[in-house]
Ligand binder design. Structure first.
Ligand SMILES: NC(=O)c1ccc[n+]([C@@H]2O[C@H](COP(=O)([O-])OP(=O)(O)OC[C@H]3O[C@@H](n4cnc5c(N)ncnc54)[C@H](OP(=O)(O)O)[C@@H]3O)[C@@H](O)[C@H]2O)c1
Length: 347
């Protein structure tokens, strides 16, 4: 078990599985910025050698999900592993199992509902026993929506409805996003009467009045991993998630190029706005957040989570949703203003 009293350098060693991917690189950089020692792990030793990590003083290791011993070796010395190798339907099981054998914390950034649910189901007991935290879906899709919904709930212990609207000005998907979309063919789930039910097909269409600069947008109902994550700890009768149609058109167009760096940190010019409305009877509470580049933004989210787990700000251990692990409002305010604008309002 990782002890809070271990303040040696070892305590700051964080393994990143899938480190040479687009999201993995942002995470390694963010770990360095925050004073951690990242261990960059990938399945392809040549790619890892060419990654340039070593030039920045980052140790590289290779491991395969098909070879548990290689995973065990690759995690030696780390106190947590961040898995950013997707599809997580392929990788989460093997990497989380290796984390538990090593008795270290596990986080991933899955947007895939069945992967997040399977991680909760398979690793909850073992994580509690080992005294470590397992958090699937600590990325933009999934954990971020959960933190916002939990912050909007405030002191309500249940809600009649949570409606989540995401607006992106564009979506230039990475190869990993495209492969994950093809791999994740499971029928998406929403929540009705407090239970998981399949998303209606075809996906319901409506519009959403976002705050400026997006304004009114045509949206499709498209739930991601926030559904199993929110269901893990919030009592909500109905949960609905929407995404505006413009980025969905980008995603469905096979000629849309991958993201291109547009600032010195490598972020693309993509902007996002997430609007969460929680309702009880006729009363509503709302959380609104805006930022830039959903891939890059995933790095401060997951690294803030690691920081809080290691310094004792996680509430308990086991397989947990971000919103139950952390003080959501405090967490979100901690990444303002560098990565986010964030406001809470009530009627
Ligand atoms: N929840 C969110 O908001 C969020 C945010 C960002 C990313 N993601 C997800 O994170 C995943 C990665 O995205 P990305 O943008 O970083 O894509 P990417 O640039 O294509 O990188 C994918 C990485 O995963 C590795 N990988 C894939 N399958 C693997 C396997 N079976 N074993 C070992 N490594 C494997 C790849 O290794 P190779 O180079 O060897 O192929 C590469 O390092 C995707 O599933 C994406 O949907 C989610």
């Amino acid at each position: 078990m990782v002890t809070q009293s271990d303040m040696s350098g070892h305590r700051r060693t964080i393994a990143v599985f899938g480190a040479a991917g687009h999201t993995g690189r942002f995470i390694v950089t963010q770990l360095l910025r925050c004073g951690f020692a990242p261990l960059a792990i990938g399945r392809d030793s040549e790619k890892m050698a060419e990654s340039g990590f070593q030039k920045s003083g980052v140790e590289i290791r290779s491991a395969s999900i098909d070879d548990p011993a290689s995973l065990d070796r690759s995690l030696a010395g780390a106190v947590a592993v961040i898995n950013c190798a997707g599809p997580f339907l392929d990788t989460a099981d093997a990497v989380a199992a290796a984390a538990l054998r090593a008795r270290i914390h596990y986080l991933d950034v899955t947007a895939e509902q069945p992967s997040a649910q399977a991680t909760f189901d398979r690793f909850g007991d073992a994580a509690t026993k080992a005294g470590v935290v397992v958090i699937p879906a600590m990325g933009f899709y999934g954990g971020f929506a959960d933190l916002l919904a939990t912050a909007a709930m405030g002191n309500w212990d249940s809600a009649d409805e949570i409606r989540l609207g995401i607006a992106l000005d564009s979506w230039h998907p990475t190869q990993g996003t495209r492969i994950t979309g093809q791999r994740n063919t499971a029928r998406r789930l929403v929540i009705d009467d407090g239970k998981f039910v399949p998303l209606a097909q075809p996906a319901p269409q409506t519009f959403w009045d976002f705050p400026e600069p997006f304004g009114r947008q045509d949206v499709s109902e498209i739930p991601f991993s926030e559904v199993p994550v929110i269901a893990r700890h919030l009592r909500v009768a109905r949960l609905r998630s929407y995404l505006n149609n413009a980025p969905l058109r980008d995603l469905r167009d096979s000629t849309t190029p991958p993201p291109i760096a547009d600032d010195e940190t490598g972020r693309s010019a993509q902007t996002f706005l997430v609007d969460v409305v929680v309702r009880n009877g006729s009363r509503t509470r709302r959380a609104i957040a805006q930022g830039r580049d959903i891939y890059a933004f995933t790095a401060p989210l997951v690294v803030e989570a690691v920081e809080r787990i290691l310094d004792g700000r996680a509430r308990g251990n086991g397989a947990l949703a971000p919103g139950e692990t952390f003080d959501s409002t405090d967490f979100l305010r901690a990444i303002v203003p560098e990565y986010l604008t964030f406001e809470l309002c009530a009627d």
